[in-house]
Design a protein around this ligand. Structure first.
Ligand SMILES: Cc1cc2nc3c(=O)[nH]c(=O)nc-3n(C[C@H](O)[C@H](O)[C@H](O)COP(=O)(O)OP(=O)(O)OC[C@H]3O[C@@H](n4cnc5c(N)ncnc54)[C@H](O)[C@@H]3O)c2cc1C
Length: 381
């Protein structure tokens, strides 16, 4: 049995539904396949930083659990914490089952076809591109890999070799009213306690999403780090279900197109290497893959090169500067502690500016005058 589409997208997370939405709007015959039955749970903090708003072409307030106007950034080793308050949301909290279901419905409304409960077993992305299911092949002109971390598209294309995997663990925790009130309305990041990484508390409508991640290359136990983190923030329970997964980051290549396959989101390794947020960058890369396909409709051999160019301009440039800062924060804890201790308030304000999209990493990190100002401030202390 076989059928055909212009584009087949593997995966209905933020990257896949974004690509499907834009392709269908432009009249491109598109099919999205997902192995899970929707709505499905996705291991994720569910924090959408508000710089991502500009990539989301519809109002998603109906699936927002709460908006946090305050960020708390702390370094537990130097016992310093900084609250940054804004008069607009810094992060919007969602549950991924609801958000992803909402986004896929938007793609369907735009005219995209969607089949859940279908696992793609193999892909042929060179000549006669097709995706292979159990007893069926679906032919197409282009395949979009939106199947998340270390899925089939990144494995078959060999792209995974260019990525670094950051292990993360997360729990959804019901707590008593007093504890919930302590964390409510605040998006919280704690550095220091979790070796070369951070712990977070994201308040949802009625519960807390809490997690830890680490860049450490040494031996460590994420489960023990989570326990240690819970203890540090005065939550004493072992009654929870853990969800662990890896976040692929820091691609060591500028190529994300392999013949007729375009990689997006986690399949490409586009999560921000500082915040590790990947929802916004997945949505953006899904849109750019769609744009490349739509704009190259006269000559589809140019799609891959066009996609790489769009990525360079809209995303990779910013990720390059984020990589530099990520290296300082996670691989040089002594520098991080020093900066936190001596000018933490200023740095947390600047980081919040980037999270809200008011500034970019590029704007802060590309200008030599900013480094001179930083050193002058440190010397004057
Ligand atoms: C613990 C944790 C916490 C996180 N917290 C945050 C956060 O708070 N904010 C944030 O912005 N990011 C966060 N992230 C990162 C974020 O979850 C990812 O970057 C984002 O989900 C990537 O989106 P995607 O569309 O590329 O892939 P995914 O959301 O992973 O979607 C991929 C889809 O592909 C499907 N699929 C996979 N293989 C196949 C196959 N063979 N056939 C068919 N379908 C397939 C899967 O079922 C899935 O639905 C977190 C990640 C982790 C692990």
């Amino acid at each position: 049995m076989s059928s055909s589409y212009d584009v087949v997208i593997i995966g209905a997370g933020p990257a896949g539904s974004s690509a499907g939405y834009h392709l269908a709007k432009a009249g491109v015959k598109t099919l999205i396949l997902d192995k899970a039955e929707f709505p499905r749970y996705k291991s994720c903090g569910g924090g959408i930083i508000t710089r991502s708003d500009k990539f989301i072409p519809y109002d998603y307030s109906s699936v927002v659990e709460q908006e946090c106007n305050t960020a708390l950034l702390a370094d537990l080793t130097v016992k310093k914490e900084f609250f940054v308050k804004r008069d607009k949301p810094v992060v919007r909290m969602v549950m991924r089952d609801n958000f992803d279901e909402f986004a896929i419905q938007k793609a369907i409304e735009a005219g995209c076809h969607f089949n859940d409960n279908i696992t793609v077993r193999d892909i042929n992305y060179k000549s006669d591109p097709c995706v292979e299911l159990n007893n069926e092949k679906i032919f197409c002109d282009k395949i979009i890999g939106a199947d998340g971390a270390f899925g089939i598209t990144t494995r078959v294309s060999g792209h995974f070799k260019h990525l670094t995997a950051i292990p993360a663990m997360e729990i959804e925790l019901n707590v008593d009213h007093a504890t919930f009130r302590r964390f409510n309305n605040i998006v919280r990041f704690d550095f220091g306690l979790v070796e070369n990484g951070y712990g977070w508390v994201f308040p949802k409508k009625e519960h807390l999403s809490i997690g830890v991640l680490s860049f450490s290359t040494g031996k460590y136990n994420l489960n023990q780090l989570l326990q240690k983190y819970l203890h540090a923030i005065n939550i004493n329970t072992k009654d929870y279900q853990r969800h662990g997964f890896k976040i692929p980051i820091l691609p060591t290549t500028k190529n994300f197109a392999y013949s007729n396959l375009l990689l997006t989101g986690d399949a490409a390794g586009f999560a921000d290497p500082i915040t590790l947020e990947g929802i916004g960058t997945s949505i953006l890369s899904g849109k750019l893959a769609a744009d490349a396909i739509i704009k190259s409709s006269g000559d589809s051999s140019k799609t891959g090169a066009r996609y790489n160019r769009l990525l360079k301009k809209e995303l990779l440039h910013e990720l390059k500067y984020a990589c530099f800062l990520s290296n300082v924060i996670y691989n040089h804890p002594a520098i991080r502690k020093f900066l936190f201790k001596n000018m933490g308030a200023l740095l947390c304000e600047k980081m919040t500016d980037v999270i809200t999209g008011d500034k970019t990493y590029f704007e802060y990190l590309s200008k030599p005058s900013n480094y001179i100002r930083l050193v002058t401030k440190l010397i004057s202390k």
